[in-house]
Design a protein. Sequence first.
Length: 399
Amino acid sequence: MSGPLAGLRVVELGVWVAGPAAGGLLADWGADLVKIEPPEGDPARGFLAMLGADLPFNPPFELDNRSKRSIVVDLSQPDGLALGLDLIARADVFLTNIRLDALERLGLDAASLHARWPELVYGIITGYGRDGPERTRAAYDIGAFWARSGIAGLLAGPGREPPFQRGGMGDHGAGMTLAAGICAALVARGRTGKGQVVATSLLRHGMYTIGFDLNTALRLGVPIGTATHATMTNPAINCYQDRDGRWFWLIGLEGDRHWPDLCRAVGRPEWVDDERFATAAARRKNVDVLIPELDALFATATREEWGEALDREGMWWAPVQTTDEVLADPQAWAGGGFMDVPDGDTTATMINTPVDFVETPAAARAMPPLLGQHTDEILAELGKDAAAIAALRADRVVA
């Protein structure tokens, strides 16, 4: 085993994306993660069918579930729940994104487990929080993270339909948040010997994501205006199209600092002293003139040609890439964006987790498990012999 969490024992009771994403990070970082699944399996195993594909692999599921071990246990049966509790008794961390009322019915809520194992770190992701009148409301990230937090409305702008998020955007961020919180709680446990509840929600993660806007509105009483390409008050931090219609973004946030660089890059050095554009205030006043001028200039050459000119003058920029372009981006590869996951006698290239550990390198150890692939192995670790395992299977407690 490798990674900074080698030797850590984690039990995951998670479905879809948010909880398994947190577990997937811990597993890639070296933890021994046991994924408890119901007899029908984590519903995320059906992602590929939902996308209309019929292939022997499932990339969305693989991303969040590699390096784990799967045991199928029917927790609705007393013997199954007893097995689940046996697994948690041996764990350092229990993590879940199951709804609070369901956990309470099973006795897997934080208070019940901490009464038995006060040293346990209990990590949970909810839709809307552990308290309040909607604590048990069902949520996917498109509801709690994207819609209710204000992100979709903010990106839509007045009078436009709200945009759709991409799959798992809020879930993955909330999963990273929970994984970080769990690691912090383990540090605290090292000092105190006590576990604790580590909780986040899709709503809270969404609010933090647009905290720039929300905190400004909270403190000043007015929202920050929503810009568009045509109205961006600092034209040096705006998106433009090349002659082939490909977009790129200028990222001159410090307008006065970057303005001379941009003027030289586009072959208009005289704009530096042009009274219409010489100061940030003048550019803001004349965006209706300046942005169309820049649009016309950028439409005369390719993005690569403009990139060379912008780089030469020290003007910051970035291409707006398609998924195909990202997958072919040399910097994405050099920067560690991909990993090779052992897959039998070969490997499968997948997206990497977004953290590097220089002294204790992390790496995925295996592709995601088949449903119940490790049931017998894990039960044997709990002291069950072949006859006991066969009896549990016959009673449909495990599979």
